[in-house]
Write a protein of this length. Structure first.
Length: 324
C-alpha cells in the first residue's frame, strides 16, 4: 500500500509537468553559464591572473577605505580579499575555468536561491493542488491513515528535491565539458577560511581534491533543500490555494534573502531559515550576513525549521475536516 502511495504521488507530480520545467530552467541557465565561462577562458588565456587578483584586491581596499558600506558587505569584502591573497601567496589560480570547477561552483551559487526556488515551485502545492483539482475529499476519505498519505507526499518531494540537485550537477558538467577543460577533479581546493571580527583566520584552511570538496558542498546543499521541501509541504497543508502556498514560499525566499543582505544590524535575522540556506558558502569560508553564523549553527537551524514545519504539517493534516 505504501509503495502504491509513493507511485501515485510521483505520477501526480510528473503529470503537472513542473519537474520538466525545472529541468528545462536548469539547462537554460547552465548553458548560459557555460557560454560565459567559455568566453572568460578565451579572453584570459594569455592574461596575467596574478595581476588580475592584485587589481581586485586593490579595488576592494579602495571601496573599504571610502566607507558607505553596511557591515555585511564590508565583512564579505574583507573575507574575499584575504581569500584572494591566500591564493596569490600560494601561487594558485583559483578561477581557471574548468568543467569540474563549474560543477563545484554550482553547489554554492545555485544553492543560494535558484535551487530553493525550484523546490518551492515543486512542493508548495503538493497538498493544496488536491483542493484545486477537487480530489482532496476523495484523498482524505480513503481507508489509509492520513499520516501515511502525508508521508508519501513528503518522501516524494524529498526524492524530487534530490533529483533536482543531482540533475543540476550532471547538467553543469555535461554542458560545460564540451567547451571547457573536462579534467581537473583532482585539482587542489582550499576551504575553511574563518572570519572573526575584521580578521580572517587562514590556519583553519583545509586542502582537499576538488571532487571531495564538491561532494561535501553538494551534501550540505542537499540537506538544505530537504529543509526547504519540508517547509513547502507545511505551507501546502496550511493553504488550500496553490497560488497562496507558492506565493508565500517564494516571497519568503526572495524577501528573506534581500532582508539578510540589506539589514545586517537586525541580528534576529540570522534565525530565519533563509539565512542558513547557503550553507555550502559558510562551509567554503564565505562571510555570513550575521556574526555567529557558523556552519554548525546553520545545520541546526535548518533542522529545527524542518522539524517544526513537519510537526505543524502533520498536526493540521491529520485533523483536517473532510468537508471543511
Amino acid at each position: 500500500m505504501y509503495v502504491a502511495l509513493l507511485q501515485n504521488e510521483t505520477l501526480k507530480l510528473l503529470r503537472r509537468r513542473r519537474f520538466a520545467i525545472v529541468v528545462a530552467i536548469l539547462f537554460v541557465i547552465l548553458s548560459l553559464v557555460s557560454y560565459s565561462q567559455y568566453k572568460t577562458l578565451r579572453e584570459t588565456r594569455n592574461a596575467n591572473w596574478r595581476a588580475d587578483l592584485q587589481e581586485r584586491i586593490a579595488r576592494y581596499e579602495n571601496r573599504l577605505r571610502r566607507g558607505r558600506l553596511n557591515d555585511s558587505w564590508a565583512r564579505s569584502m574583507r573575507a574575499e580579499m584575504r581569500r584572494l591573497q591566500f591564493y596569490l601567496d600560494s601561487g594558485i589560480n583559483p578561477e581557471q575555468p574548468t568543467a569540474p570547477l563549474v560543477v563545484r561552483t554550482f553547489a554554492n551559487a545555485a544553492g543560494f536561491l535558484l535551487l530553493p526556488l525550484l523546490i518551492a515551485v515543486l512542493g508548495s502545492d503538493i497538498v493544496s493542488a488536491e483542493n484545486a483539482e477537487g480530489t482532496d475529499k476523495l484523498l482524505l476519505t480513503r481507508p489509509v491513515r492520513r499520516w501515511k498519505i502525508l508521508t508519501a507526499k513528503l518522501v516524494t518531494l524529498w526524492l524530487f528535491a534530490s533529483l533536482t540537485l543531482l540533475i543540476g550537477a550532471l547538467l553543469a558538467y555535461a554542458v560545460t565539458a564540451p567547451v571547457l577543460p573536462p579534467g581537473g577533479w583532482d585539482a587542489p581546493s582550499f576551504n575553511g577560511f574563518q572570519l572573526t571580527g575584521d580578521t580572517v583566520n587562514v590556519t583553519t584552511v583545509r586542502q582537499l581534491p576538488l571532487w571531495h570538496d564538491a561532494l561535501l558542498a553538494f551534501g550540505l546543499e542537499w540537506y538544505a533543500l530537504l529543509a526547504v521541501a519540508s517547509i513547502s509541504l507545511m505551507l501546502s497543508v496550511l493553504f488550500k490555494s496553490s497560488a497562496a502556498s507558492i506565493g508565500t514560499m517564494l516571497a519568503s525566499l526572495i524577501g528573506g534573502t534581500i532582508l539578510t543582505r540589506v539589514s545586517p544590524d537586525w541580528t534576529a535575522g540570522k534565525y530565519l531559515f533563509v539565512s542558513a540556506l547557503p550553507v555550502a558558502d559558510y562551509y567554503s569560508g564565505q562571510a555570513p550576513p550575521y556574526d555567529g553564523m557558523s556552519m554548525t549553527f546553520c545545520i541546526l537551524l535548518l533542522g529545527g525549521w524542518a522539524a517544526g514545519a513537519l510537526v505543524v504539517a502533520y498536526a493540521v493534516f491529520v485533523r483536517r475536516d473532510v468537508f471543511g
